[in-house]
Design a protein around this ligand. Structure first.
Ligand SMILES: [Fe+2]
Length: 225
């Protein structure tokens, strides 16, 4: 018997919490660990924007595409295709490039190397194309991005930039994107469930480490946060 996707999502539990709640809690904990933009130096603010740009501009659409290639349910595919149409049609990488350039935070070699190892780990994980695990990772990513847009905009503002299309668009549209990915997750779990020994949060753990490298990679910040 195949359960309805909503029943699968509501009843699937990890460590006593429904899966969706566990992803949301992981996002909230990560957001809660971030430094206040106003407590940072100009160089620390510039570095966060530059490393975020390094990771997101070239990889968000790539990882959503890897997730599309990973899933087997028609409903999950349709949801992910809608997301990709918006990303590509509205050219979100160009929005981010403008945001970064206006904040005078175009990545340097040092910025690129600071996230290289953790970025590679996420790339290799997404390339293993595990449908459910990839969707969970992208739901975590979308949830993080949506909540990060307020401090991210503040970082740029403090750097003297008034360019905020990227942060405004993603603070709004990623709310819907995140919810749609949970619907995709439920559909995929009923069509292509992972075996019970799978670590469903492997990708979330790798992506959290990468985001921490974006925010904290310059030395003492990790200790002060
Ligand atoms: Fe986007």
């Amino acid at each position: 018997m195949t359960l309805a996707p909503s029943i699968v999502l509501a009843t699937y539990a990890t460590h006593g919490l429904p899966l969706k709640s566990k992803v949301e809690r992981a996002v909230d904990e990560l957001i809660g660990s971030l430094p206040n933009p106003e407590d940072l130096s100009a160089e620390q603010r510039r570095g966060i924007i530059a490393r975020y740009d390094t990771v997101l501009q070239a990889n968000f659409i790539y990882w959503m595409t890897a997730t599309y290639l990973s899933v087997m349910s028609d409903e999950a595919r349709a949801i992910i295709i809608d997301n990709l149409h918006e990303e590509v049609g509205d050219c979100h990488p160009e929005m981010l490039r403008r945001f970064t350039a206006a904040a005078r935070a175009v990545p340097t070699e040092t910025d690129i190397l600071a996230v290289a190892r953790d970025l590679t780990n996420v790339r290799l994980f997404m390339g293993r194309k595990s449908g459910v695990k990839n969707i969970i990772t992208m739901a975590f990513f979308e949830g993080f991005i949506q909540q990060f847009m307020t401090p991210f905009a503040k970082l740029a503002e403090l750097q003297g930039s008034s360019e905020q299309e990227y942060t405004i668009v993603h603070g709004v549209c990623d709310i819907a994107h995140t919810q749609e990915l949970y619907r995709a997750l439920a559909a995929e779990m009923s069509t292509n469930p992972p075996d019970s020994t799978t670590d469903l949060f492997e990708g979330v753990d790798l992506l959290r480490t990468l985001i921490q490298a974006i925010v904290f990679s310059d030395g003492g910040l990790a200790e002060t946060a």
